[in-house]
Design a binder for this molecule. Structure first.
Ligand code: BES
Ligand code: MN
Ligand code: ZN
Length: 510
């Protein structure tokens, strides 16, 4: 389903940005309102009269401040968009990416066809030229994203974005053409992974069922001969003993699926990196049913799964020389005559028994069997999972960072660094044995819920019981995988983070 007829094009230029013909020239300024470096001629065109003009319009170059002005005489653009960058040396990478995003959104909204973006030329502390270029590419795709596949013929339709050409201006620190071209390719591949993740997340739950996720995995696998896909049905999962996962699915008319998508990009018999995603295609809560308000948003409860497919899309587009196995635990959580009940006890694939005290704590039940499965069958060197696991994580951290839990210091640090580089932030949460007592059960090995306190941590502790001697990261993405309110929709996170970690792995080894 192509969403646009003409894909956006990126080119780079090294000097004289004012000589390029385009609708808008984007210019970043610090509070001294001075243009520097590559903009010698731009400087001549803009500097003195424009500084007066900006001041008279109240433009102080506060971080994120935007002001559109007329094109200077002698330039070939229609308008100049001035962007405030705040004090030099004070701009964080998160803030810079935010500015790129709001600039691109504004240009898309105003129906721009072509842009000369000089923000990528700015020498900013802690941000390499390649990094700035990649961020500009990703921010452009994010701003252009629309989910239109479910629109009919009725109702007022917003005009589709018209942005076609982006000229990214390179600064003196740009270095080789090869590095810059790779940065654009990386950005494009990550953007496509993000887009797949957003599309799957946004799709309504009557379409995006466990079987649909299996079809999407097969479609992805068909794009690259390095993929092998295996889909386990209910029956197969039953004979293996994945009773925790099956318990969640048994109240629904939609059959569950365990989706295994293996990518072999390295010839070595190296152990894979395993990516496990929570794929609850709708979480009603089951018998422990949720309140009606905003229940529609529980279609996003498969965003962990969507991020696994999105990340594999990126890995495949970049042909990364890695061995990766993605596993998706896909099920619908519904009440019904056959649904699992509070008090039911199930034997998980690991052999540990679980007393299900709350059927709304279903994510951990599907994940634990998927985690046991991938560890037994693939002996991964690293185990990563992403799950919209707990409302408690949203209470703790809000919507900015994902919660990061890990049993391995080195891996946790690698992830914190990747999160910074990808501008897909995480915040480390404690994973301590002390919290395990909360899960004790009078009737089974343990229960699927702790008390009211520390809900995100006790959920992670539940998963931890299914991790055997492998460096592991659990990402609770309940607050970051989608937005609510007027901007309601999937964000594509944590595809940028996973992709960055895998890029780092691929490029460290070669
Ligand atoms: N999918 C939800 C978590 C969730 C809730 C994410 C709201 C984003 C917004 C998960 O399955 C769930 O229901 N968790 C329960 C756990 C509780 C029963 C221990 C929760 O967070 O309330
Ligand atoms: Mn739930
Ligand atoms: Zn859930």
């Amino acid at each position: 389903m192509p969403q646009r007829s003409t894909p956006v094009q990126f080119t780079t230029i090294r000097k004289n940005p004012e000589t390029v013909m385009a609708d808008t020239l984007v210019v970043g300024l610090h509070p001294d309102l001075r243009l520097t470096g590559v903009f010698q001629d731009l400087d001549r065109l803009l500097n003195r009269p424009v500084q007066e003009w900006l001041k008279s319009r109240g433009f102080e170059a506060r971080t994120g401040q935007l002001l559109s002005g007329p094109a200077p005489a002698g330039s070939r653009v229609q308008e100049v968009l001035f962007v405030g960058l705040g004090k030099p040396g004070k701009l964080s990478r998160r803030r810079f990416r935010g500015i790129l995003g709001s600039v691109m959104e504004r240009l898309v909204r105003s129906g721009n066809h072509s842009v000369v973006n000089t923000l990528t030329a700015l020498p900013l502390e802690g941000m390499s030229a390649a990094w700035r270029i990649r961020q500009a590419v990703e921010a452009t795709h994010d701003a252009l994203y629309r989910f239109t596949e479910c629109r009919g013929t009725g109702g007022a339709q917003a005009l589709p974005p018209r942005l076609e050409k982006i000229h990214l201006v390179l600064g003196p620190d740009a270095g080789s053409e090869v590095g810059i071209r790779q940065a654009i390719r990386d950005g494009q591949a990550i953007a496509q992974g993000v887009r797949l993740c957003r599309d799957l997340g946004n799709r309504p739950p009557n379409l995006a069922t466990p079987r649909h996720l299996a079809t999407e995995a097969r479609k992805l696998a068909a794009q690259n001969p390095r993929f092998r896909v295996r889909i386990l049905t209910e029956k197969e999962m039953g004979s293996l003993g994945m009773n925790a996962l099956l318990a969640v699915a048994q109240g629904s008319a939609e059959p569950p699926r365990l989706i295994v998508l293996e990518y072999r990009g390295s010839h070595s018999r190296q152990a894979p990196i395993a990516l496990v995603g929570k794929g609850i295609t709708f979480d009603s809560g089951g018998i422990s049913i949720k309140p009606a308000a905003a229940m529609d948003e529980m279609k996003f409860d498969m965003c962990g799964a969507a991020s696994v497919l999105g990340t594999l899309q990126t890995v495949s587009l970049l042909d990364l020389p890695l061995h990766v196995v993605g596993v998706i635990a896909a099920a619908e959580n519904m009440p019904g005559g056959r649904a699992v009940k509070p008090g039911d006890i199930v034997r998980s694939l690991s052999g540990q028994t679980v007393e299900i005290l709350n059927t709304d704590a279903e994510g951990r039940l599907v994940l634990c069997d998927a985690m046991t499965y991938v560890q037994r069958n693939y002996k991964p060197r690293v185990l990563l999972d992403a799950a919209t696991l707990t409302g408690a994580c949203v209470v703790a951290l809000g919507h900015h960072p994902s919660g990061l839990f890990s049993n391995h210091e080195g891996l946790a640090r690698d992830f914190e660094k990747a999160a910074e580089d990808a501008v897909d932030p995480v915040w480390r949460m404690p994973l301590w044995e002390d919290y395990q007592d909360a899960l004790s059960s009078n009737f089974a090995d343990f229960a699927n819920i702790g008390g009211r306190d520390a809900g995100a941590i006790t959920a992670a502790c539940f998963l931890w019981r299914f991790v055997s001697e492998v460096p592991w990261i659990h990402l609770d993405i309940a607050g970051t995988a989608w937005k609510t309110g007027a901007q309601k929709g999937a964000t594509g996170r944590p595809v940028p983070l996973f992709s960055q970690y895998l890029l780092d792995q691929a490029r460290a080894a070669h």
